[in-house]
Design a protein around this ligand. Structure first.
Ligand code: ADP
Length: 382
């Protein structure tokens, strides 16, 4: 059963989600993520615009959460069991590409547990004092959500070990002869970590999560449901084929589906009567530079560069980033996971390569028969 919840969202300046419904009034920061959007790049990375609209579109209960059925089933059981015992839920690690619903799950868990959600991120917890401050303010069964947990410094990470395992932190005050170690007991809480780079997490930290889940890209049918649900909330009329067209071009990612829906809505309102049909969705998204597979300008440029400039590879991601004048991290987190997923590129031990399908999409015919050895690491993206 869905709960009405007293989930309170507390930011610590790290990306605190500052809005919520009436019962979940934000208490602190209304910071928003830096707007990294470029009109011709449909990145799944959160922008300020997503932050504003995203909270309205975010499912509030597992019943509204589309897809990821195995993950949702497993978490629901764990939440009910913890609830029945009156315990805090085991620590949860959610990993997968950006925009797939990791933050949304953390919010739902806090709501289902009828507890407070404290939202922070790895880069925001710079000093050990930040961690001790946050941890010591947690109440029993509170949820501490750490986004981009792979970016925690090792000094900060070490404080989390005893906090997660024994619900206590030991810290030192003073220096030299005046140094004193204080042992601070904590209330039993749940840490939810979210990361796009699970491979970068240290083994001791990873081992302290009792529940570990990988979120996968969504199917077209699931994204059609996401678009239809969001359209209803935004008061936009969309035909079934119109929703499917947006879903098809959303790179398996709900955040992108919601963003494209907003772009198509604007187009339909300005040029037509506001109703989104498949034809209107197609022309609006063509105008946005999103092709029939959902690839945007940067994806195509990446493919073309690899296929033409590097003869299909192998090429190192740093060389590609330099050629494209893009951040290596953007290529690794945003561009490559989906191109890997649809089989357009391969990460081999020697570097990135295009597959014949990828080269064809870039307008190049690639000679078949090259022996490719996949990099075992690439599976963590899939
Ligand atoms: P992540 O934390 O993985 O980057 P979010 O949880 O912030 O992703 O999700 C991005 C947006 O996508 C949310 O605002 C929400 O509206 C939408 N969304 C994500 N997952 C789902 C889902 N399973 N069903 C419906 N909408 C979803």
């Amino acid at each position: 059963m869905a709960k009405t919840g007293r989930e309170k969202i507390v930011g610590n300046g790290a990306n605190g989600n500052g809005s919520s419904d009436a019962s979940t009034k934000a208490e602190a920061s209304t910071d928003v993520a830096e707007d990294s959007s470029r009109s011709d790049v449909i990145s799944p990375i959160k922008t300020a615009d997503d932050e504003r609209v995203g909270n309205a579109l975010r499912p509030r209960h597992f019943e509204e959460y589309v897809g990821q059925i195995a993950v949702v089933d497993s978490i629901s059981v764990a939440v009910s069991a913890a609830d029945r015992r009156g315990d805090a839920l085991d620590h949860v690690l959610l990993h997968g590409p950006p925009g797939l619903g990791k933050t949304t799950i953390a919010h739902i868990i806090a709501r289902e547990m009828d507890s407070r959600l404290v939202h922070t991120s790895g880069p925001a917890m710079e000093r050990p004092a930040d961690v001790v401050g946050i941890l010591s303010n947690l109440d029993t069964r509170d949820v501490l959500f750490i986004d981009e947990i792979h970016r925690l410094s090792s000094a900060v990470e070490e404080y989390l070990y005893s906090a997660m395992e024994d619900f206590r932190v030991d810290f030192t005050t003073g220096q030299g002869a005046f140094a004193k170690t204080i042992n601070l007991p904590l209330q039993p809480f749940t840490l939810i970590g979210s990361t796009t780079r699970v491979g970068m997490l240290s083994a001791p930290l990873r081992d302290r999560f009792g529940l570990v889940y990988h979120l996968d890209y969504y199917t077209e049918e699931q994204l059609t449901l996401v678009v239809q649900r969001s359209a209803k909330i935004l008061g936009v009329e969309v035909t079934e084929t119109g929703a499917a067209e947006i879903a098809r071009r959303s790179r398996g990612t709900p955040r992108i589906a919601n963003r494209l829906l907003r772009r198509v809505r604007d187009y339909a309102e300005v040029k037509y009567d506001g109703v989104i049909s498949d034809d209107i969705a197609k022309s609006a998204l063509q105008l946005e530079g999103v092709d029939r597979l959902g690839l945007d300008r940067l994806d195509r440029l990446y493919l073309e560069t690899l296929a033409k400039n590097y003869d299909g590879g192998p090429a190192g991601v740093n060389a590609l980033a330099a050629t494209l004048n893009e951040e290596q991290q953007t290529l690794e987190d945003v561009v490559e996971p989906y191109l890997l997923k649809i089989g357009f590129i391969l990460r081999t031990t020697q570097g990135r390569r295009t597959t014949p399908e990828g080269a064809k999409h870039a307008g190049v015919v690639q000679a078949p028969g090259v022996e490719l050895k996949p990099d075992p690491q690439q599976t963590r993206f899939l």
